[in-house]
Write a protein that binds this ligand. Structure first.
Ligand code: SAM
Ligand code: SF4
Length: 330
């Protein structure tokens, strides 16, 4: 039987797990890993293996979780990615299985992802200008990534989204380009405010643009806000009668953003993070030795949730322990 949903002292309900399956990445996005992935030599804890991940899914499903997102680093670098997705698909209760990827090999793997039971796909595309894409990500991969998105759209996923991190210098041009992209395609483009991390604080301050400015522009141009779904989280979504696709805004700096928090994060080494910007994490590995042990996840999470802070305190300049988001998947 599925468990009741976990809650915290602020009556927030948790039904969405974001699991990073690797810290490795093959891109070097300027705001994330500008020098590319470098293994931390002091790190001795191994990544969770497939068996531990299966148990984790079993445990969170029993704790009432309905949605799992596989992220990274770049999750498609892990050889057992399809088995991990199949494991989520075979776990009763996990109805939404999503993946975040930079899209480098999406064209060749999209069909296998679908067969493994993936339902939703988020592809990061920060710019639709080839040169700018290359300069932001360190890879000249825009045509390949776009071909992957077309492939995914042809395969009948329940949702395909494009994530673009907002940069103030190019927001206007990029908005126009993305609107062109979604005119006829059933894609949701989500603009994400640049967030401060331990390593990239100065970059964030130089390039930050509030999503509020984009929201005004959208409202003035006939875009209408949509009601929020139970498992959709804190994005504000907009639709327009002349566009097949949608626009979403993710504005962690906006008032009230944390009120609708519905997610918990687990790092690739099995550490639970209550908040992207939290200082601490707690290993769940001791509960991942068997399906039976994993039933203890509900109690462990419930206990830890008592200390979940009401907000991320980003405005107060807090960034927590996040050196960058490649460790826990953004
Ligand atoms: N490698 C995959 C990708 O890029 O989609 C998955 C991991 S990546 C850390 C997940 C998301 O976090 C991406 O959409 C990325 O743009 C976003 N991200 C990373 N650092 C960020 C930052 N400082 N502010 C806002 N979004 C960030
Ligand atoms: Fe890699 Fe994603 Fe970070 Fe870019 S945002 S460096 S693709 S983990």
């Amino acid at each position: 039987m599925l468990g009741a949903m976990l809650t915290d002292p602020y009556a927030r309900k948790f039904s969405y797990l974001r699991l990073s399956i690797t810290e490795m990445c093959n891109f070097s996005c300027r705001y994330c890993l500008p020098e590319g992935y470098r293994p931390k030599l002091s790190e001795s804890e191994p990544e969770l293996d497939l068996y531990e991940i299966e148990n984790l899914f079993h445990g969170v499903a029993a704790a009432g979780f309905q949605k799992v997102r596989i992220t990274g680093g770049e999750p498609t670098l892990r050889a057992d990615l399809f088995e991990i997705i199949s494991a989520a698909s075979e776990t009763p209760g996990i109805g939404i299985r999503a993946l975040s990827t930079n899209g480098w090999n999406l064209k060749s793997i999209a069909a296998r992802l679908r067969t493994a039971g993936l339902t939703h796909l988020n592809v990061s595309v920060d710019s639709l200008d080839r040169e700018r894409f290359k300069s932001l990500s360190g890879r000249d991969s825009l045509p390949l990534v776009l071909a992957g998105i077309e492939e995914a759209l042809s395969l009948g996923f329940a949702g395909v989204k494009v994530n673009a991190v907002l940069h103030k210098e190019t927001a206007v041009q990029e908005l126009d380009r993305f609107l062109e992209l979604i005119k006829t395609r059933p894609l949701s483009v989500r603009f994400i405010e640049l967030m401060r991390t331990g390593e990239r604080g100065e970059y964030r301050d130089r390039h930050f643009l509030s999503a509020g400015e984009l929201k005004l522009q959208l409202l003035q141009n006939g875009w209408m806000p949509l009601a929020r779904g139970e498992t959709s989280g804190p994005a504000m979504e907009f639709s327009h009668p002349e566009f097949v696709g949608r626009i979403g805004l993710i504005a962690p700096h906006a008032e009230g953003f944390c009120e609708s928090c519905n997610r918990l994060r687990v790092t690739s080494r099995g550490r639970l993070k209550l908040c992207l910007f939290g200082e601490k994490d707690q290993s769940l590995r001791d509960l991942l030795r068997s399906k039976e042990d994993a039933l203890g996840i509900s109690d462990r999470m419930g206990e830890l949730l008592r200390a979940k802070p009401v907000s991320h305190f980003l405005k107060e300049g807090r960034v927590g322990a996040a050196r960058n988001f490649s460790v826990m998947g953004g």
